[in-house]
Write a protein that binds this ligand. Structure first.
Ligand code: 9Z3
Length: 326
């Protein structure tokens, strides 16, 4: 039996494939709590009388979604995304005066922690019997920067972090965010950097228990995940500025596919990137232009997200101005 959509009072989607996806998805845990947090965050950071960057809210999605193979999930399909793009971009949006809803995959890279070693607790702290815990001298600068900048964002109430794991959680949360950000109009932005699964096992056709290995080769049919990009644009938050990402491993088809996504889903920008060079260069595809954005190699610690977010903030400003005079 199909599970009821837990956010039915907000439900909007006229495409039957999308409706079917949400109707059959397992209900999002803590939906009421997530909704309350979002409402409180939007109320704090957006006022209809305000203008300027301080009144803008961006939803940054980050990391990859999983596809469970069993309801009591032992195995799942995953993807490579580290969440670095989303975490770095969040930092630059915050520095540009935006409030950020950081919708991220549990366990992936976090804003302000990018420069810390993977095992920061054990590698950055020292403890000699009887003395206090101390930050190792060689890690002091990077730890101070991470803590100060993170505390500033948290104290200012401009960063809301919401974790997801599965494709079901991600799309339900994206829907919730989009429907609630609708009232922010053109000052809202979607920066959809999460690597979203293209195929999934529908909940109702998924086995409850661990798939047994004794039954020979695994033969499973995966359904296509319906594309939610156009529904964000046309139904959930039609006035928001929308940026999606296109990832390919073959550069010959990258720009063509990015151009197709721009038109098909009505995106304002598509950021095209190749797997192996994604930290060096991205190409921003617009209706009448393609702009290459590169990391400034001569600057220590420079990353491609810095010039990318500058460009996006400029274009978002133009979009807000054009929307208010329309
Ligand atoms: C991206 O293309 C991101 O830039 C990366 C970032 C996932 C490559 P990392 O997390 O990598 O820093 O390691 N994200 C979107 C990929 C995606 O799933 N796009 C869909 C598609 O290509 C459209 S929504 O069809």
């Amino acid at each position: 039996m199909a599970a009821a959509n837990h956010i039915e009072e907000l439900y909007v989607a006229s495409d039957p494939k999308i409706k079917e996806f949400f109707d059959s998805a397992p209900p999002l845990q803590d939906a009421a709590d997530i909704k309350a947090k979002l409402n409180e965050f939007i109320q704090r950071n957006f006022s209809t009388s305000g203008d300027g960057k301080a009144n803008r809210i961006v939803c940054v999605t980050s990391g990859g979604t999983t596809v469970p193979l069993e309801k009591r999930c032992v195995r799942y399909i995953d993807n490579f995304s580290s969440g670095h793009r989303g975490a770095a971009s969040t930092e630059y949006f915050l520095k540009s005066g935006y409030s950020v809803i950081f919708l991220y995959r549990r366990g992936t890279c976090q804003p302000f922690c990018r420069d810390l070693p993977e095992n920061a607790l054990l590698e950055c702290l020292t403890y000699n019997n009887g003395s206090n815990l101390q930050v190792d001298q060689k890690s002091a600068d990077v730890v101070k920067r991470a803590i100060t900048e993170h505390q500033a964002a948290v104290a200012g109430g401009s960063l809301l972090k919401l974790p997801f794991t599965t494709i079901f959680e991600y799309l339900q949360m994206l829907q919730l965010v989009a429907l609630l950000l609708r009232r922010v109009g053109p000052s809202a932005m979607f920066y959809l950097a999460a690597a979203v699964s293209d195929f999934y096992v529908p909940w109702e056709s998924m086995t409850m228990h661990k798939i047994q290995s004794g039954s020979g080769p695994l033969d499973m049919q995966l359904a296509q995940v319906p594309k939610m990009l156009s529904v964000v644009r046309t139904e959930w938050a039609p006035l928001a500025f929308c940026i999606s990402f296109k990832l390919e491993t073959d550069k010959d088809i990258l720009l063509e596919k990015a151009g197709m996504a721009l038109k098909k889903y009505g995106m304002h920008m598509v950021v095209a990137n190749e797997l192996l060079t994604r930290k060096e260069e991205v190409i921003v595809v617009l209706l009448n232009d393609k702009i290459s954005v590169r990391r400034e190699k001569s600057e220590a610690g420079a990353d491609v997200e810095n010039p990318l977010i500058k460009l996006i903030v400029e274009r978002h400003s133009e979009y807000i101005t054009a929307s208010s005079s329309a």
